[in-house]
Design a protein. Structure first.
Length: 445
């Protein structure tokens, strides 16, 4: 399931040696005004100082890495990002730490997300960057590995005069500037990663430029929760099943679907190919496939395919004895064994486009054209017998991958037309292709 943005909030204050509280029940810009059980809360805290670099971590929370401190200029930057997974009783506020000095301005930004992986919330190691001569943070590039990751950039800067930031390419960007002797500015927003390779977020705009200024930035990739893809196959005349029915392997009536299955959904772009093929379907039957993704808590919309039809597989026997066209005519695909027998005054035992993956036996004894006529492709073995006063056992284009046996008694030849697959040195009437690893048996009486 895609990561959802719950909402965010931003704040700031002048320097203080005491902590302060930021409410988490007034989030804006997302799907809710407060975090819920399982949501991931991230808070970036920034302090501008002169050589003091106070701790900016949230007490009792995890941090994304070692705090970033820039101390090589007049106005020093201290930036840290802390995060917490909300529990059954989600926090309604977060305690922002002391600045350590009443002269040091402090600013913070909070973003809350839903659907972040519970085991590995950070998709890859975070990246960071620092600099001087400006407050305009330039987040480092990052290369996520999981399709749909959310990339969050939080940057801050220290200066004599604070100014808020702007950002290009970031969603729900929040910014704050806090004034004091040493001012602090912070900004944070996110984008989604649906590609390959590194993602390089543009440097923040706004802020101000001065040789005495400094900045720092964190780039964080959040991993989406693992999802399972479920499917059912059901007759196309049936109604669309619900997500609950699909996950249970049922059709819209609550009965077992014709076929069903599930597996971990891929986390990269491309086709989803199930490891196990659907089984138990009937031949020559129209079906649809219904799919749904689920992370165990949330389900996607149900997706239904267009109707499609299965082929008959196995053995096919066709017998015809009247004055008709052929035992088999038109487009025929057979995976298995095909036997065609024709004894009337017709065209042929086989006519049209016939593809056989297996073995084909064609027998014709009437006053017809041939046992096989038209375009017939055989992958396997082919035996053609013709005993009537006709043209040949084979007529037309008959490619064969495998073995050919042709038996014809009173007519012109066993083969006429084009028969790719004949071995070198054997030349029936008409043209024969040259081939390798073929076995040709021709009998002409």
């Amino acid at each position: 399931m895609a990561i959802q943005y719950v909402g965010g909030v931003v704040g700031g204050r002048a320097g203080s040696t005491s902590t302060t509280s930021q409410s988490l029940t007034n989030l804006t810009g997302g799907i809710a005004s407060a975090p819920a059980n399982g949501d991931l809360i991230l808070v970036g805290v920034m302090v501008g100082s002169q050589g003091r670099n106070p701790s900016c971590a949230i007490s009792g929370w995890s941090t994304v890495g070692t705090q970033l401190n820039v101390t090589s200029t007049t106005y020093d930057t201290s930036l840290q990002v802390s995060y917490l997974r909300a529990g059954a009783s989600p926090p309604t506020s977060v305690t922002i730490p002391s600045t350590g000095n009443i002269a040091d301005g402090q600013s913070w930004v909070c973003h809350v997300f839903r659907g972040v992986d519970a085991t590995t919330p950070l998709d890859v190691s975070v990246t960071s960057a620092t600099g001087t001569a400006t407050t305009k943070a330039n987040p480092a590039s990052i290369t996520p590995t999981t399709f749909g990751s959310v990339v969050l950039a939080i940057g801050g800067g220290a200066a004599q005069t604070a100014a808020t930031f702007t950002a290009t390419g970031l969603t729900n960007f929040l910014t704050n500037a806090a004034s004091d002797t040493n001012d602090s500015s912070i900004g944070g927003g996110f984008t989604r990663w649906y590609e390959s390779g590194a993602l390089d977020i543009a440097a923040f705009g706004g802020g101000n430029t001065n040789a005495a200024n400094s900045w720092a930035a964190w780039t964080i990739a959040l991993r989406p929760e693992a999802t399972t893809l479920y499917y059912v196959v059901y007759p196309s005349a049936g109604s669309e099943p619900t997500a609950t029915q699909i996950k249970a392997g049922q059709d819209s009536t609550g009965s077992a679907a014709a076929a069903s299955g599930n597996e971990a959904a891929r986390d990269t772009t491309g086709e989803e190919v199930f490891a196990a093929a659907a089984g138990g379907l009937s031949g020559a039957t129209s079906y649809r496939v219904a799919l749904v993704w689920s992370d165990g808590t949330n389900d996607s919309n149900v997706v239904v395919s267009s109707a499609w039809e299965t082929w008959n597989t196995g053995a096919l026997a066709a017998t015809e004895s009247g004055s008709d066209a052929a035992a088999i005519a038109g487009d025929v695909l057979v995976s298995g064994t095909l036997a065609a027998t024709e004894s009337g005054a017709d065209v042929a035992a086989l006519a049209g486009k016939v593809l056989v993956s297996g073995s084909l036996a064609a027998t014709e004894s009437g006053a017809d054209t041939a046992a096989i006529a038209g375009q017939v492709l055989v992958s396997g073995s082919l035996a053609a017998v013709e005993t009537g006063e006709d043209t040949a056992s084979f007529a037309g284009a008959v490619p064969v991958v495998g073995y050919i046996a042709a038996n014809e008694s009173p007519d012109t030849a066993a083969f006429t037309g084009t028969v790719p697959g004949a071995a070198s040195g054997v030349t029936p009437a008409g043209k024969s292709g040259r081939g390798k690893r073929r076995r040709i048996v021709i009998r002409e009486r």
